[in-house]
Design a protein around this ligand. Sequence first.
Ligand code: G3P
Length: 220
Amino acid sequence: MIFVNFKTYEQGSGSKAVELTRILEEVALQTQVKIIPVVQIIDAETVIGSTKLEVWIQHVDPVTYGANTGWTLPEEAVKVGIRGVFLNHSEHKFANWEDLVKAVSRCREVELKTLVFASSLEELKKALELKPTYVAYEPPELIGSTSISVATAQPEIIAKAAVITKEGGIPLIVGAGIASREDVKKSLELGAVGVAVATDVVKAVDPKRELIDLTEGFKG
Ligand code: G3P
């Protein structure tokens, strides 16, 4: 599976989020690889109305109905058709670990899938204790890189992450600088079930071509 994180890139915002999602859907249908657009909260409802793909958002807050100005409620995310959320991405950390614990628990209550990011093996171990749907290992220093990926720079760490996550019974996703079928193939060989990608697809001149190339990494 491939999570495509639209972040707040212009190429993945507003009407462009809908256009990019259309490309993701075409590639998913053509290749039969599961592809998940992870869009901004503000674009989610429009994107959901335009696609058959499962749509995720990039963050949700550990709140219930009440006085929480500017926060996002897990139950309202479910109501508009959002199927899952990223949590603890290195670009959107919670104020403290307890808030992350509560966010995962709130998502479980409303049946929203979760992917909890970790920047290190230590954080990954802690993330596994929360029993999210997926965990992801992403070294922050490689995020956005166009020359070096987590798969080429840190194969030993991915292999260790795979052992830890297998023991914890939670599927592993890896991300940061993923840009080629070789990166995907290597990540899967090391024990991940999928990748999270942004720059290589969202900022590409030809996102379809880049995405098709990534899907090639799933072929045996
Ligand atoms: O969530 C995935 C993202 O952080 C990876 O970004 O630009 O390195 O593919 P990028």
